[in-house]
Design a protein around this ligand. Structure first.
Ligand code: TRP
Length: 333
């Protein structure tokens, strides 16, 4: 049984992109493996965020994960800042990580371009990510394509730490890139993201799904209802492939190519199928909202389980590094 670790930022709601790109895969993996799923709030604070809304977003992300099928009795679901060892190991990894490697990271380059001053936390983001995974000595890291570079860096950090302190102590984790197609935003441009306002949440009500889908751009060749289109050039056709049955997908393609229907008809079918696909999750979310202690208790139990594993790893790390063990207060007095 492999041990798996993955993390997701507390953006509040899970959207279709997160779900198809990562979370759906985690739900399957938890059946066969030991999974650690972490809401990474310490990663989120490397960019500006809404302080007043932050706790609620963290809670809502955990709720969304549980509604989507992450089962906290099967896997360890927790919030990163509840287990202080993450930042402790990140500090240690900072001492073996070359700055040049951090500066090469695509995500760092993208994010720092949009910032007037570059803060150390943004540069060191992948070091904390390495600590997340290695605290639990996880073998596999299911992530989207955009995180593969961070996992590569993680392996480099492991090689450096192991070489210096204890050969074989940490495993070199492997990225597990889901087979799920990368989901573009409704604008058809960038990847789906809440902050770009091009997302559909998995917990959105059917009328909200429709409201968001309706204005979404389709194949630009279909200016008029009678213009035939090319399904492969339409972002919404990709979504049909995720949410509609094979015969429906074939029918959709046919009606697009022959201008047998308008884009709005096509969107209506998609909206209905999406709403139906997520109906069980909306129902579960409603139950969890009605009893918020279910989420809080699950996270508390998850943090407890995570802490026990993390403490064991850190005991080994400290010993191999020659750090002086703390005497317990009891034996000093
Ligand atoms: N950086 C990841 C992302 O933006 C989130 C993340 C943080 C993560 N720690 C992790 C993913 C550890 C996998 C493993 O998607």
């Amino acid at each position: 049984m492999a041990r798996i670790f993955s993390g997701i930022q507390p953006s509040g709601e899970l959207h279709i992109g997160n779900y198809l790109g990562a979370v759906k895969n985690w739900v399957e993996l938890q059946e066969k493996h030991e999974c650690f799923i972490c809401v990474v709030d310490y990663h989120a604070i490397t960019q500006s965020y809404d302080i007043a809304a932050f706790e609620g977003r963290t809670h809502d992300m955990a709720l969304g994960l549980m509604a989507a099928g992450i089962d906290p009795t099967r896997c360890v679901l927790f919030v990163q800042s509840h287990v202080a060892h993450h930042t402790e190991l990140a500090w240690i990894f900072n001492t073996v990580t070359p700055i040049g490697e951090l500066e090469r990271m695509t995500q760092f380059k993208d994010k720092s371009r949009r910032q007037e001053s570059i803060l150390a936390g943004l540069l060191n983001y992948p070091v904390l990510q390495a600590a997340d995974v290695l605290l639990y000595k996880a073998d596999l890291v299911p992530v989207g394509e955009d995180q593969v570079q961070h996992v590569e860096l993680m392996r480099e950090i492991v090689r450096k730490w192991n070489a210096r302190y204890s050969e074989g102590f940490f495993p070199e984790p492997q990225a597990l890139v889901g087979s799920g197609k990368r989901i573009k935003g409704l604008d058809g441009q960038a990847k789906m993201s809440k902050s770009l306002d091009n997302a559909i949440g998995i917990l959105d009500e059917p009328d909200e799904i429709w409201k968001r889908l309706r204005p979404a751009p389709t194949d630009p060749a279909r200016v008029k209802r009678t213009d035939p289109g090319t399904p492969e050039k339409c972002n919404l056709y990709d979504l049909h492939q995720q949410f509609s049955s094979l015969p429906v997908v074939e029918d959709v393609a046919e009606k697009c190519r022959t201008a047998g229907w308008g884009c709005i008809d096509c969107k209506r079918v998609l909206a209905d199928n999406m709403a139906e696909a997520f109906a069980p999750m909306r129902a579960r979310a409603a139950e969890l909202r009605a009893a918020p202690e279910l989420v809080r208790d699950a996270l508390a139990a998850g943090a407890g389980k995570a802490r026990r594993v993390a403490e064991e790893t850190m005991t080994g790390v400290r010993a191999h590094m020659g750090l002086m063990p703390a005497k317990s207060i009891a034996s000093v007095t």
